[in-house]
Ligand binder design. Structure first.
Ligand code: GRF
Length: 214
């Protein structure tokens, strides 16, 4: 396979800071590849504007239009990705489950970034602020971020890469979120670079990455 061709997925009004980190890393060669399309769920999202500013094509596919017809939503996504020859999906603030036909076709080639150390503080409803609030309330002294493979459930696929971030005594959800975010950007870029020319074997809960050329 040549350079990695990434389709980044964002939701609603996603701000797109992880997308930006990926775009920057493609531009300066830390990721050997390019973002071939950004898929959003609603027009006008700041993330889509970032994509356009970088000269990357955007597509808006509204899941609402396909309510009760999940597989059709998936077909639409697969067609958009097929046209651009995407070979890696990166969820970056995409708040929904991907349709099962998309998960099937891109099995082990779909990544998500979660702003905590999975398998803790994940699952349905654990997103954004909720995550950091739960971490602060728990009294944990460490948190971080996790890049994992995506399967049919929320935050449940095998872990690929994690970074630990300290929780400080005076932290609020906001200060913690601000400390975790740069770690997300670094970790996501590192994970994509790792997978760019590699295959993943899943053994139980574990993901084993094998470089193709060595
Ligand atoms: C990040 O915190 C990420 O961990 C989560 O959604 C947020 C997206 O932020 N999955 P941004 O749009 O990339 O700035």
């Amino acid at each position: 396979m040549g350079a990695v061709r990434i389709a980044v997925f964002v939701s609603g009004q996603g701000r797109g800071s992880n997308l930006q980190a990926i775009l920057d890393a493609c531009a300066d060669g830390r990721i050997p590849g390019e973002v071939c399309v950004v898929v959003g769920t609603r027009a006008g999202a700041p993330a889509l504007e970032r994509a356009a500013a970088a000269g990357v094509e955007t597509v808006v596919i509204s899941p609402r239009k396909y309510e009760g017809r999940e597989l059709e939503y998936g077909e639409k996504i697969l067609a958009a990705l097929g046209r651009r020859e995407a070979n890696l999906i990166c969820l970056a603030g995409y708040m929904r489950l991907l349709p099962p036909n998309v998960v099937d076709v891109f099995r082990n080639r779909i990544l998500n970034i979660h702003p905590a150390l999975l398998p803790f503080f994940g699952g349905r409803g654990m997103y954004g602020h909720h995550v950091h609030e739960a971490v602060v309330e728990s009294g944990m002294q460490i948190t971080g971020c996790t890049v994992h493979l995506v399967d049919e459930n929320y935050d449940s696929g095998p872990i690929l890469l994690q970074t630990v971030v300290p929780v400080l005594p005076d932290d609020t959800a906001d200060t913690l979120a601000a400390r975790v975010l740069p770690a997300e950007h670094r970790t996501y870029v590192e994970a994509i670079a790792l997978l760019a020319d590699a295959d993943v074997e899943v053994r139980g809960r574990r993901a084993i990455v094998r470089q193709r050329n060595g």
